[in-house]
Design a protein around this ligand. Structure first.
Ligand code: SF4
Length: 554
């Protein structure tokens, strides 16, 4: 291993908005302070942006703080928001325009964008400043010194079979040793998860809770929607199902529309299927008019950390900092996290500069990251809605009431800090779920429409690919227990919630025995199985570098 180590000053894992903004800001700070330091960014995607998915509506102000020398016109935003409306879908056919936009959700002055395109732009800027970016490198474990301080990370070993046995072409993954490692892996980062567990960084915090967003990008006939038109929907079908969340429809240039459904994973029904809910949502006349003559261009899915202020993990430890979605920086009521991800990257960069000046990479110095965050817009935006999302875990109407009290009290509510259960704990067994399940409710729903797709169809449009020759990256911790608990009692929720048809239940015709089959090649890296599976029975691990979706404009 000693020989297979590369040394650098700063290692950033993840070329998303938080990782790239950390790199850009730190490169600028090093230059201003005449420090000659090397910054390496690695990303598991085959190219920058290939694993990036977001709505996305972006607040532009942060870009002028990150890159004061860059004019707004140079940034590849797609369109300025020209029309912003919220619709309540009251049944499967009816709707009305809400007379106001709910607090925090207004989009005046914001831009519709492809986050992948923005990241490619940021990567070019970072490269111009001397940052080295390497894509197709999957880091599978953190490196620690004798005192358990983080000292870098190691790439996944390649040339192993499905069971991890070494093959003839086995190559041990390269280690990258760094004074500071910044984890910018996005939602439920696998290294961040390891680190949080090892260092107990989540002690005393609310569990992080998530939503799953499934998004489709369509080419549509001219006149269907104008660039910059933004519609959000509440109600059908999620509200009727008792699930938190809603839909979005964004007009883009070149006669394209991006739309999707983002629903909380804290639902109880073990058969709930957000991908299918998206297809059902599209059949509502308000949504259908945007897609009925459209042609699907791309599909993808990702989870978002929605827990808010009280679910933020401790985001620094000896030798490492956590930024962006991996730490939980997202302001839920505004449905926006890109600008907070960028601010967190900038705060981590400022902290890293201090650490290099003092030549001290211990927690004692890196705790300044918290001070920078608390002085940044992150704190202001997240603190004022610190109890917002928890209320919706107790149902839509409890959530609405709680939301009202939040606004009146500036985020305090009347009960202080509200707690939540993890998303996995919310899932009930089939026996305990007393209502009609999603599976029963929509079994006979007419989905025979040209714009309604199966998961397998949509996965094709994600461009996802995985090498045959590798240790399966989706691991069931105890298959025997999985059969007796998750299949027998919960009806294997993964076969429903996975938006990429990775999990299939096979029933033996003679014995009736059920077993789980895993089509890991379909995985779009949304991490829902790692989050939502009851008893946390499934673990998502990083696959070979360059594997996974190949998003172009998501
Ligand atoms: Fe998402 Fe897990 Fe399905 Fe992959 S296997 S697409 S991470 S739910």
């Amino acid at each position: 291993m000693e020989e297979n180590i590369v040394k650098t000053d700063v290692l950033i894992i993840g070329a998303g908005p938080s990782g790239l903004s950390a790199a850009i800001h730190l490169a600028d700070l090093f230059k201003q302070n005449e420090l000659d330091k090397q910054i390496i960014v690695v990303d598991k995607g085959q190219s920058v942006g290939s694993h990036i998915l977001s709505g996305a509506i972006i607040k532009p102000k942060v870009f002028s703080e990150l890159m004061p020398d860059v004019k707004k016109e140079e940034i590849p935003f797609n369109s300025k928001v020209t029309k912003d409306a919220m619709y309540m879908l009251t049944s499967r056919t009816s709707s009305f325009k809400m007379p106001f936009t709910p607090p925090y959700m207004g989009n005046q002055g914001n831009y519709v964008a492809s986050l992948g395109e923005i990241c490619r732009f940021l990567a070019n800027k970072a490269t111009e400043k001397g940052v080295e970016i390497y894509t197709g490198f999957a880091m599978s474990e953190l490196l620690y010194d004798e005192a358990d301080n983080v000292i870098g990370a190691k790439c996944i070993d390649t040339g192993v079979d499905h069971n991890g046995e070494k093959l003839e072409n086995y190559v041990e993954g390269t280690g990258v040793q760094a004074d500071i490692t910044i984890l910018a892996e996005g939602t439920r980062g696998s290294l961040a998860k390891q680190l949080i567990k090892k260092k107990n960084l989540h002690e005393g915090k609310n569990p992080q809770i998530y939503s799953l967003g499934c998004k489709e990008l369509f080419s549509v006939p001219e006149g269907t929607i104008s660039p910059g038109e933004v519609y959000n929907t509440m109600g059908f079908p999620a509200m009727q199902d008792g699930v938190f969340g809603g839909g979005f429809i964004y007009g883009l240039t070149d006669n394209r529309v991006a739309l999707g459904l983002v629903l909380g994973l804290d639902y109880a029904d073990p058969t709930y299927d957000i991908f299918r809910a998206l297809q059902i949502w599209k059949t509502h006349p308000f949504v259908e008019k945007f897609v009925k003559e459209g042609k699907l261009l791309e599909y993808g899915a990702k989870t978002l950390p929605e827990g808010g202020f009280y679910s933020l993990t401790k985001y620094y430890t000896n030798g490492a900092m956590i930024v962006g979605d991996s730490a939980g920086f997202l302001a839920m009521p505004a449905l926006k996290g890109v600008h907070l991800a960028i601010y967190s990257g900038m705060c981590a960069a400022k902290t890293a500069l201090e650490a290099f000046k003092q030549n001290d990479f211990s927690e004692e110095t890196l705790k300044k990251y918290k001070e920078f965050v608390e002085k940044s817009p992150i704190y202001k935006e997240m603190y004022k809605c610190r109890n917002f999302r928890q209320g919706f875990s107790k149902g839509t109407f409890a959530g609405m009431f709680n939301f009202g009290t939040q606004i009146i009290t500036g985020g305090a509510g009347f009960c202080g800090k509200l707690s939540v259960k993890s998303d996995a704990e919310h899932t009930k067994t089939i026996a305990d779920f007393k209502k009609t399940t999603f599976k029963q409710k929509y079994a006979s729903y007419d989905l025979d429409k040209p714009y309604v797709f199966s998961k397998v169809d949509d996965v094709f449009y994600s461009g996802t690919l995985h090498d045959e020759e590798q240790l399966v990256h989706l691991r069931v911790k105890d298959m025997q227990k999985y059969v007796s608990e998750n299949i027998a009692k919960y009806d294997a929720p993964c076969q429903y919630y996975c938006p990429a048809e990775v999990y299939e239940i096979h029933t033996d015709r003679n014995t009736g025995h059920k077993e789980l089959r895993i089509h890991s090649e379909n995985c779009v890296h949304c991490k829902t199985c790692d989050i939502k599976e009851p008893l946390q029975a499934i673990e998502w691990n990083v696959p070979n570098g360059g594997n996974g979706p190949d998003y172009k404009n998501m």
